[in-house]
Ligand binder design. Structure first.
Ligand code: IPM
Ligand code: MG
Length: 370
């Protein structure tokens, strides 16, 4: 068979797999208002992960002390999602670790290192796919500027789903981007439902549909279709390039509220938005599906901080914000509000280096405010 024929064969297999994926998309939703026991999996990750997760674990135990004692909340530490173990086993998420993860309802996860080069997939991408965590939700708020944004980033398709499975012929490389009706409908529904339930009256769809006509064209069209069920909400659509400019335009940026966008644009623009808020260390991130949800810091494992001996100075605020999102997701809104209030009031400043406090000093003070 020629290389061209082999590539065509591979493409046909990818198409079949993607059609197959659509048929598994609708899972039953976990209802946390009635679930008698909620199991929270705690995953350290790499680099500064164990340090910031130690803080988050202490805070979680204090906030839900009674429920943990009564057994209605179970915290389960999950070992083995480390870069050393993953490389040794040659699996981005080792099978046994994945099984343990699947025995939980929600996860709080420290950052995991993605090896550069090679073929190993990012653990995040594997977990998002395996647990079907289709909505990546990232809030950004700057109250003094009237900014209260929330990004609904599609988290299981787009450029990511076949990101490590492109084809190469001599002198040519081709990657694939996938958009499905069902995959778009569920992220659009999540964004509009959020808007409706949280007093927001505007949803902005962001794509590059003038260029990516099939995939982003579909994304925009389906979002508009879903929007018809929410006539009280203003819906507009934008191209990603001008939207990145809008976010740094103080004259208009606080008029945006809810954003819904495909995976890669969502990845890029949420780093920009977090930076506007004060840095990627300040933003939390939720990966939500119908059955499972995973909450994490938006930043990475910071191997440079560890190499420079600054790990203890890592800022735990991002993972604590992720913890707030987790608590709200499992319907523990009172505990979430308590944590938000304490974080706002905490006078200890962590800067990520020796000019600021350590993560442990921050937590020590925070615990007195809870
Ligand atoms: C994020 C990260 C991930 C992504 C990486 C770690 C794979 O940048 O969560 O935004 O690209 O989605
Ligand atoms: Mg990112």
């Amino acid at each position: 068979m020629t290389e061209m024929e082999l590539a065509c064969q591979k493409f046909s297999q990818l198409l079949q797999e993607q059609m197959e994926r659509i048929s598994h998309m609708n899972q039953e939703k976990t209802d946390f208002t009635t679930k008698p026991v909620v199991t929270i999996g705690l995953i350290d990750g790499d680099g500064i992960g164990p340090i910031i997760m130690e803080q988050a674990t202490q805070v979680l135990h204090k906030l839900l002390e009674k429920e943990i004692a009564q057994g209605s909340v179970v915290c389960k530490k999950i070992e083995g999602l480390t870069i050393e173990n993953r490389l040794a086993l040659g699996e981005s998420v080792p099978r046994q670790v994945l099984e343990e993860i699947k025995s939980c309802d929600v996860l709080l996860k420290g950052p995991t290192t993605t090896p550069m080069g090679g073929t190993m997939e990012s653990a995040n991408v594997t977990l998002r796919r395996e647990l079907d965590l289709y909505a990546n939700v990232r809030p950004v708020s700057i109250p003094e500027e009237g900014i209260d944004w929330i990004f609904y980033r599609e988290n299981t398709e787009g450029e990511y789903v076949l990101g490590s499975r492109g084809v190469e012929l001599p002198g040519l490389a081709m990657d694939f981007k996938v958009t499905t009706d069902a995959g778009t409908r569920r992220i659009a529904r999540a964004a509009f439902e959020y808007a409706k339930n949280n007093g927001k009256n505007r949803v902005s769809i962001v794509t590059k549909a003038n260029i990516m006509k099939k995939t982003d064209g579909k994304f925009t069209a389906i979002c508009h279709e879903v929007a018809k069920d929410y006539p009280e909400i203003q819906t507009d659509d934008w191209y990603i390039d001008i939207m990145t400019a809008n976010l740094v335009n103080p004259a208009i940026r606080n008029q945006f509220q809810v954003f819904v966008l495909p995976n890669l644009y969502g990845d890029i623009i949420t780093d920009e938005a977090a930076q506007i808020q004060g840095g990627v260390g300040t933003a939390g991130s939720a990966n939500m599906g119908d059955r499972y949800a995973m909450f994490e810091a938006i930043h990475g494992s910071a191997p440079r901080m560890i190499a420079e001996g600054l790990g203890d100075y890592a800022n735990p605020e991002s993972i604590l914000k992720a913890l707030c999102l987790l608590l709200r997701h499992i319907c523990r809104g009172v505990a979430a509000a308590q944590l938000e209030k304490a974080m706002d009031a905490c006078p200890v400043k962590v800067t990520g280096d020796k000019t600021g406090a350590t993560a442990r000093e921050y937590t020590k003070k925070l615990l007195t405010l809870l």
